[in-house]
Design a protein around this ligand. Sequence first.
Ligand SMILES: [Fe+2]
Length: 133
Amino acid sequence: MRIEWTEDLALGIPEMDKQHQELIALINDFYNAVERGERDEGIRALFEGVDRYAVFHFSAEEAFLEQIGYPELAPHRETHAMFRREYLTAMERHEAGDRKAVRDLVAFLFSWLYTHIQKTDKRYSAFFHQQAG
Ligand SMILES: [Fe+2]
């Protein structure tokens, strides 16, 4: 199972769409590495790459939402924080020797991101386009 960025994930905000595409590409690399049984060092490097980019993207997105005066910024910020906690926990489980943790993590990443973009991010996109008239 993997996801592709398709038009149904488009927000119509070029910078955010570009970052979502990049994040999906990084998660796909992670997924492929897990599938081909990549060694721990490789998995760790990809994990860190996804984490670093996710942190960058979330803060860019939150800055954008602040800039447009998005009223639901606080709960949106909280979903990003929850995501990251969950992500780091899965990685700790992996480091502790839980082989299933990474597979669960990748499945979680895909479903979380897809739903987050489709439901939560689309709300700010609607707000933004309404404001922009
Ligand atoms: Fe978001």
